[in-house]
Design a protein around this ligand. Structure first.
Ligand code: SF4
Length: 438
């Protein structure tokens, strides 16, 4: 059910443009530019820098009172000039913030005018996306940015025989590296997009380029129109996005899968890869699957019947809830900050006895956790106050995670990632039981 409260107290979601940054940061030579007031960009780059422990530059058109009254066209054009001169990007991803959306700037039209009159724009792709935070969450910002990229750039040429592997929801750089390994080990040619594996998890270097190295090559983004199939991994309950656009526009068959968290959802991805490649699962993954089963049996004595609350991004929450059910745990609260009816439907199917919430905030989660006697919380660090006040152990997963190290290296996908999750939940519970009162 969706929250009916008149005010949101500590939302369980983030601003819509923030999601777009995670896509733009996964494209080679791409610089994000927010059209709106400066505070949005300051807040979001600090927020992401704390999570990834990497510098995350986001330019801003810094709209002021004058722009709010007379329109932000001049600011946007000047902002584009400054970004091109300062960063020399191959792509600029423009995301709007609440102010620009409220005054109603026609960003695509301003971009067309800029491209027509400005010689500096000649070698730069500009991708404008509409991301009003009052309308939707960061997850929707992520989806529209991914769709905006293929809408702007995908171009028909000759068949490439590859598979588009679209990362449909926010995962860690370690998870992206896992997906690469998986497709490589299966011998499949692919285009992975967006690829944050290096751009948001760089190696130590004295030479800090203005735009981090890595990301999906631009040629690959263009070539998505020529692939033989698209798999959106983590696009199970999302509204139509990049994969649907490629299917409609270029007739590329599209399958949207859940994030491969849990035995069932990992098997589902494996079945899709078997179908695409005509090859059985490589033996190393068979062994990983066996190890996951073994770990589940081992941890069962700690985890069985434990009453849990899981919250955060839709696809991640569904995968975690699924593995909780496979383990014989007792998910009582399944919540997301996104307003996503498809999520609510799937969550109710996966965990029929649970309280399913969308558009949730932490006030609501805290009240439910108290009344349902929750023993374990699983979700981003933003639930730490609920954990502290209710004296409930918390396993930090997903974004954001500001108060612990390792968010970029947290592997949750596949049999191996699911095993990490099982062990993580069991260990957090054991630690809390062993804690000596101060
Ligand atoms: S809610 Fe809107 S104005 Fe506030 S930080 Fe987010 S995008 Fe900016």
């Amino acid at each position: 059910m969706i929250s009916k409260s008149l005010a949101t107290v500590n939302p369980c979601s983030m601003c819509m443009p923030m999601g777009s940054v995670l896509v733009f940061r996964g494209i080679e030579g791409c610089m994000p530019l927010f059209h709106g007031s400066q505070g949005c960009s300051t807040y979001m780059r600090l927020y992401l820098a704390h999570h990834f422990r990497e510098p995350v530059d986001i330019a801003s058109t810094a709209l002021n009172e004058k722009g709010a009254v007379y329109g932000g066209s001049a600011n946007l054009m000047q902002g584009l000039r400054n970004v091109i001169k300062g960063y020399n990007p191959k792509v600029i991803g423009i995301a709007t913030t609440c102010l620009a959306e409220t005054i109603g700037d026609d960003v695509p039209q301003i971009v067309r005018e800029f491209q027509a009159q400005e010689p500096l724009a000649k070698d730069v792709v500009i991708v404008p996306v509409s991301t009003p935070s009052y309308a939707a969450s960061h997850e929707v910002g992520y989806r529209v940015a991914l769709k905006g990229l293929v809408q702007t750039m995908a171009a028909k040429s000759k068949p490439n025989g590859r598979i588009n592997m679209l990362v449909g929801s926010i995962i860690s750089p370690a998870d992206v590296r896992f997906l690469r390994r998986l497709f490589d080990d299966w011998g499949l040619g692919y285009i992975l997009m967006p690829d944050i594996s290096e751009t948001l998890d760089a190696t130590l270097s004295s030479d800090l380029p203005p735009i981090p190295k890595g990301g999906t090559p631009l040629e690959d983004v263009r070539d998505t129109a020529n692939s033989r199939a698209t798999l959106t991994i983590g696009g199970w309950v999302q509204e139509p996005g990049a994969g649907d656009y490629l299917e409609k526009e270029f007739h590329i068959p599209h399958v949207a899968l859940p994030l491969p968290i849990s035995l069932e959802f990992s098997d589902r991805l494996a079945a899709a890869l078997e179908e695409q490649s005509g090859m059985p699962m490589p033996e190393s993954y068979e062994r990983q699957r066996g190890r996951l089963l073994d770990t589940m049996v081992d941890a069962h004595k700690v985890l069985a019947d434990v009453r849990t609350a899981v919250y955060g991004d839709t696809e991640m929450v569904l995968g975690i809830t699924r593995i909780m059910m496979e383990l014989g745990m007792n998910p009582q609260i399944v919540a997301t900050g996104a307003a996503n009816p498809a999520f609510a439907e799937k969550a109710a199917e996966i965990a029929p006895g649970s309280k399913v919430s969308m558009g949730a905030d932490f006030l609501q989660i805290a009240e439910e956790a108290k009344s349902r006697d929750i023993e374990l919380l699983v979700g981003p660090f933003t639930g730490r106050r609920v954990a502290r006040e209710g004296n409930i152990p918390l396993l930090r997963v997903g974004l954001p995670n500001h108060d612990r190290f390792g968010a970029s290296h947290q592997l949750l996908l596949g049999y191996e990632g699911s095993m990490n999750l099982v062990e993580g939940m069991a260990n957090v519970l054991l630690e809390s039981r062993e804690r000596v009162p101060a």
